[in-house]
Design a protein around this ligand. Structure first.
Ligand code: CP
Ligand code: NVA
Length: 316
């Protein structure tokens, strides 16, 4: 039987089999090729999509908006200060109302339990566009990007450098375990992911998958085809910046660090935003927080193709 994701929410990739994740990535690749050749079959015509973002966003919001427009859906942004989940009305009531009106809901915010409750009561697919715990739509774009560059996922070595416990690192570990990627998390000990989680993910891992956690750059990065970075403080953690600079000062991705892979073809990946633009107020105040070079824009474009695939597969 062909795999169907009709009606499914995407809260974390943990809820999906490798074949289902493969379908999302394959579909995104097909939709990307179709868009390149100017084909828009309006697979979401007459669909209404709600978008609630409690945290700021550039890529994710723009990706869902363009993906919806390309496929003929109406996308309605509902400001969180008007929805006031759990404050003006219960999450359950809001979810039930939105589920009656919309065919799908994109949500970004803080506590993962909110998006879980939204999905439980809405009765329509809910897509987690980033919670404190997970960032699954980003990892779909990352997987597509890696596959485009290396032609495969199985056994590809990726070194993630930075906060090993945040939403992005956790989601990359899940994606790697599911899709057979050899992921190395390079982080100082206080920012290392929980051993229990790594163990759990490895017990359910696919062939080729591995997750190594280390604070030794050479051990982490030797042979890596890709090095992956994220911000040193995630949204909502800005007060921790001084502490993180102290912890991560030696974990900057520099040309020297890239050279540790021993490969001339290692690519640099970053989910963005990266604080390398010193013209921004925040980065100007914290020049130590420069993390990256400018090589990550195909990966950012792939956010749109994967967001489109997720919506088309579940409500198209
Ligand atoms: N990578 C990512 O989620 O970017 P935004 O925060 O700009 O959406
Ligand atoms: N870990 C980052 C990811 C941003 C896309 C954050 O949550 O802010």
């Amino acid at each position: 039987m062909p795999i169907s994701l009709k009606g499914r929410s995407l809260l974390t990739l943990r809820d999906f089999t490798p074949d289902e994740i493969g379908l999302m990535v394959d579909t995104a690749a097909d939709l990307k090729a179709a868009k390149r050749s100017g084909v828009f079959p309006r697979r979401l015509a007459d669909r209404n999509i709600a978008m609630i973002f409690e945290k700021p966003s550039c890529r994710t919001r723009a990706s869902f908006a363009v993906a919806a427009a390309d496929e003929g859906a109406n996308l309605e942004v509902l400001p969180p200060e008007e929805i006031r989940f759990g404050r003006k009305e219960s999450i359950k009531d809001v979810s039930r109302v939105l589920g009656r009106l919309f065919d799908g809901i994109v949500w970004r915010g803080f506590e993962h339990d909110i998006v879980r409750e939204l999905a439980e009561h809405a009765g329509v697919p809910v897509w987690n566009a980033l919670s404190d715990a997970y960032h699954p739509t980003q990892v779909l774009a990352d997987l597509l990007t890696v596959r485009e560059v290396f032609g495969r996922l199985r056994g590809v070595r990726i070194g993630y450098v930075g906060d090993g416990r945040n939403n992005q690192a956790t989601s990359l570990m899940i994606g790697a375990a599911k899709m057979g990627v050899d992921l190395r998390i390079l982080a100082p000990e206080p920012l290392a992911p929980s051993e229990a989680l790594v163990k759990e993910l490895l017990t359910e891992a696919s062939v080729g998958a591995n997750i190594t956690v280390t604070s030794d750059p050479e051990r982490a990065l030797v042979g890596c085809e890709a090095i992956y970075g994220d911000v040193w403080v995630s949204m909502g953690e800005e007060d921790l910046i001084e502490e993180r600079i102290a912890l991560l000062r030696d974990f900057k991705v520099t040309p020297e660090m890239m050279a540790l892979t021993g490969r001339p073809d290692t690519i640099y990946m970053h989910c963005l935003p990266a604080l390398h633009d010193l013209s921004t107020e925040f980065a100007a105040a914290h020049p130590d927080v420069r993390e990256v070079a400018d090589e990550v824009f195909e990966q950012a474009e792939n956010r749109m193709h994967t967001a489109k695939a997720v919506m088309v597969l579940s409500v198209g």
